[in-house]
Design a protein around this ligand. Structure first.
Ligand code: NAP
Length: 117
């Protein structure tokens, strides 16, 4: 386990416990291909009871669930795969559409992301 992953785990485990207790299960994760987002994804999918359904947002039109599992250091045979939605978070209407039906948004988007929207 990398230092970053261990740090993220120590911070997020109590957060994820709260989300479970509040029955917030459907999670959108933006930035899952990045350094921090990959740690978030790993923690979410490794959570003890595999309760979270994770949707990752990416600008990529080609990356599938396997590429995100790989970036997170998880086996491609993982039973708990994320759904993948191709969207640019700068595209406000598309972003709003992609968030529908989810309980929680986690943003791990890099600097340079335009917050104007
Ligand atoms: N790395 C660290 O140790 C660390 C520590 C503390 C805080 N942070 C903060 O955490 C954030 C992420 O850092 P990072 O190092 O993980 O960045 P990173 O490795 O460069 O990853 C950036 C991520 O942002 C996504 N992204 C960027 N623009 C986007 C857009 N318009 N729409 C959708 N997705 C977009 C990229 O996804 P796609 O390319 O798939 O679209 C990618 O997954 C930053 O704000 C940073 O300051 C990082």
């Amino acid at each position: 386990m990398s230092t970053l992953h261990a740090l993220v785990k120590s911070i997020l485990d109590p957060v994820y416990k709260t989300l479970r207790d509040m029955t917030f299960k459907k999670i959108v994760l933006a930035g899952a291909s990045g350094n921090l987002g990959a740690c978030f994804l790993r923690n979410l999918l490794e959570s003890a009871d595999h309760v979270f359904q994770v949707t990752v947002l990416t600008r990529s039109k080609t990356n599938g669930a396997e590429s995100f599992l790989s970036a997170a250091g998880l086996p491609l045979s993982s039973p708990n795969k994320p759904s993948v939605v191709s969207v640019d978070c700068d595209d406000h209407p598309a972003l709003v559409q992609s968030l529908k039906g989810h309980d929680v948004v986690i943003a791990a988007i890099a600097e340079g992301y335009c917050h104007a929207n």
